[in-house]
Write a protein that binds this ligand. Structure first.
Ligand code: MOS
Length: 725
């Protein structure tokens, strides 16, 4: 089904099931331990051996020698896989460094060997017997030091952008800001580590894994192993969090496959926690410069955003200037990114790559500018709203209720009560309020599904869409139930298997809208076949209460299928929609903090996010997405940072003890409001996405609240106590 015009009336608009706050279908499975995660496929596990990954002990250089003989003789060891015996390997499209290194080492903890043994303990013990000698080379491990060597990155989306004459407008502006902000390297820190269980059947391999994008993963496993994609099956029905760290196959999947081949047994591999931060990907640090020029009335005349980040040779930049191309009006504008080559572990997407670190900087800058102008920060943002893409004024936003978010948020939060900086004291606490815009693009992606009607009137949906804790199972069931006119408990949803039609997958907050639209397409096709079989006019047939009706006739869906089943497949395709309209989501984030006047400790006291993100498919799940993201925003503001050892190129705090994410005690009362929206341009679902919106801007709202509380302006994240004292 091609979607290229605004959607008219369709069955989803009935909103009998879609839009309802249903509990998660997968919830009971998860809390009773019956949801099967990658490491837990017991049939294969009963025969499985265990693989322990060895990560390189240098940041850059070569393996001079690797002696695996003692490990091979150790009890229970079945195989030791290294680059020397693994055969010729290719490289996936999505990984920058190779997933099995050697002899060249590209980054610290790059996998260089897998020890396979009968038991986990034997594999781990034997891994300790592998002796590796390295020849170290000089690495580039400091973004600050490499900033001057950074170059313009390749790729159209990474081009400089410019409108008008920024330099002249900035020089002429009566009120200006020119400030530098930094964001640190961050780790996804998802609950479930990367894990895979691989089993060969002749020349075909099945990998039970934990992966957000099944089709990408299947392609990259095939490329890496040098086999045809048809020989690879990926299965990933449950995922214990991803945050972008599982958008791509990593060493666990590839090494499980190689280990299983060598051991001639199923092999399971989990990346042990201390390996993940350096072995897998991370959100790259940024240095950002923001310049804003405005009239005394607070109209932005010039806005410039530059960002520097680093990655391995062949990698890409953190697109931290992204939102500055879209968020505020301003006649004269530039954005620029520069990329330094760093020999740190591989940088890549983490929840809302681009906007997350970009908004961390831009939204402090906006707060600073509002202060300079003596204008309320909410009002300053309202004055600079735009209804068109400011770099391409012929291109409107499909829908943009940013101002409404700001107004409602200010009212609900009691923003009027905000006092002068550093003026509110509650015992030992300095108390302040801050706010920031929320912005994240909402791209659409082709997405397919299979829909089946059985003789018992049940509908089964199969798609390789994944559920990373976001609620895909439930909104897909809601979509199918709505379109087919059946109760939601008559729908079964099967996800995360490369044998199912290729979906949008879970990334870039496009999953909910695109994947349900794909299910919509398949179900609309199923309606057509069902109506025709029932000898009804497909154009006017009604689907409700488990029946198809028309012209005074009504037939049970079960009877239409009879003894057999009806199976159809379709995909939603969006053509050039992205080019004609700008699809984005908006929010206003508010936070109140207390800062301990003696220690500088910050506690977030309450938070509010008002979001405009198209139709909300399931308000309970959407709220969960937002409060989870707001919580991640607390971490980004106050504690999360991979500490770089710049002498050896290593993230030092590489586990959940040293990499500090918020715990329950750090999270205050959080309120979420969704504006009542439908975006007819976005898809037949009229939805957009919320999974990332809830994070973008939150750290800056907290930073701005800290400034209001203390009068101290911190431009370097995370805002730890020593920066306030
Ligand atoms: Mo995301 S990290 O854009 O899946």
């Amino acid at each position: 089904m091609k979607f290229d015009t605004p959607a008219g009336q369709n069955p989803v608009d009935r909103m009998r099931v879609v839009g309802q706050p249903l509990d998660r279908i997968d919830g009971p499975h998860k809390v009773t331990g019956t949801a099967t995660y990658a490491y837990e496929w017991h049939d294969a596990t009963a025969r499985a051996a265990y693989g322990q990954v060895i990560g390189a002990g240098i940041g850059k250089g070569r393996i001079a020698s690797i002696d695996t003989s003692a490990a091979e003789r150790a009890p229970g060891v079945l195989a030791v896989v290294t680059a020397q015996n693994a055969g010729k390997l290719g490289k996936g499209r999505m990984n920058t460094a190779t997933l099995l290194g050697g002899p060249e080492v590209q980054h610290y903890h790059q996998a260089i060997a897998l020890v396979v043994a009968e038991t986990f303990e034997q594999a781990r013990a034997a891994a300790g017997l592998v002796r590796v000698a390295y020849t170290r080379s000089r690495g580039r491990f400091s973004l600050e030091r490499e900033q001057a060597n950074a170059v313009k990155p390749e790729g159209k989306d990474n081009d400089d952008t410019a409108v008008g004459d920024f330099d002249a407008a900035f020089a002429a502006a009566p009120v200006t800001l020119d400030a530098r902000y930094t964001t640190p390297d961050q780790s996804h820190a998802m609950m479930e580590p990367m894990a895979s269980l691989a089993e060969w059947d002749g020349d075909k391999v099945t990998i039970w894994t934990s992966n957000q994008m099944i089709a990408w993963g299947k392609g990259d496993v095939a490329r890496t192993l040098g086999i045809a994609p048809e020989k690879v099956r990926l299965v990933s029905p449950y995922i214990g969090g991803g945050f972008g760290g599982k958008l791509f196959v990593r060493a666990d999947a590839v090494l499980a496959a190689l280990g299983a081949k060598a051991a001639k047994r199923p092999v399971k591999v989990a990346l042990h926690r201390p390996l993940i931060a350096n072995n897998a990907t991370h959100r790259p640090a940024t240095l950002q410069r923001i310049r804003i020029g405005a009239t005394p009335e607070g109209r932005i005349t010039a806005i410039g955003h530059e960002s520097w980040s680093g990655d391995l040779e062949g990698g890409g930049p953190e697109v931290a200037v992204q939102q500055t191309r879209f968020l505020y009006a301003g006649e004269h504008r530039i954005t620029r990114m520069r990329l330094a080559t760093l020999d740190l572990p591989e940088g890549n997407a983490m929840r809302a790559p681009g906007e997350t670190p970009g908004m961390m900087a831009l939204e402090i800058a906006m707060d600073e500018m509002a202060d300079k102008l003596g204008i309320d920060p909410v009002e300053f943002r309202i004055r600079n709203d735009t209804q068109v893409d400011p770099e391409h004024p012929e291109r409107p936003f499909s829908q943009r209720q940013f101002v409404e978010c700001l107004r409602q948020g200010a009212e609900k939060f009691g923003w009027d009560a905000r006092k002068a900086h550093g003026s509110v004291r509650d015992g030992r606490w300095l108390v302040g309020m801050g706010m920031a815009a929320g912005f994240r693009n909402a791209p659409v992606m082709k997405s397919g599904a299979r829909a089946r009607l059985d003789g018992d009137g049940r509908i089964t949906i199969e798609t390789d869409m994944t559920d990373i804790g976001t609620g895909s199972y439930t909104i897909i069931a809601q979509t199918a139930a709505e379109v087919m006119g059946v109760d939601v408990d008559r729908v079964e949803v099967k996800l995360g298997d490369s044998q199912f039609p290729v979906s949008a997958g879970s990334g870039g907050q496009w999953g909910a809208n695109s994947a349900t639209a794909g299910v919509y397409a398949a179900c609309m096709k199923l309606r057509e076949v069902v109506a025709t079989r029932a000898e009804l006019d497909p154009a006017t047939a009604e689907f409700a209460d488990g029946k198809v009706s028309g012209g005074g006739k009504s037939v049970d869906l079960a009877d239409v299928a009879g003894d057999g089943q009806i199976v159809v497949e379709d995909a939603i395709e969006f053509g050039d929609l992205d080019k004609r309209k700008q699809l984005s989501t908006f929010a206003a984030h508010f936070a109140e903090v207390g800062v301990d006047v003696h220690t500088g400790e910050t506690r977030v006291r309450r938070m509010l996010s008002v979001c405009a993100a198209g139709r909300i498919l399931n308000p309970k799940q959407a709220r969960s997405q937002i409060i989870g993201a707001m919580t991640m925003g607390i971490g980004a503001a106050l504690s999360e940072e991979l500490a770089v050892d710049e002498t050896i190129g290593f993230f030092v705090n590489h586990d959940l003890a040293g990499y500090e994410v918020p715990v329950h005690a750090d999270v205050p009362r959080q309120e979420v409001v969704f504006l009542d929206e439908t975006d007819a341009d976005s898809s037949p679902m009229k939805a957009k996405g919320v999974g990332e919106l809830g994070l973008c801007g939150v750290p800056a709202a907290i930073a701005n609240a800290i400034h209001n509380a203390t009068g101290v302006r911190v431009r370097e994240y995370p805002i730890t106590l020593e920066k306030l004292i």
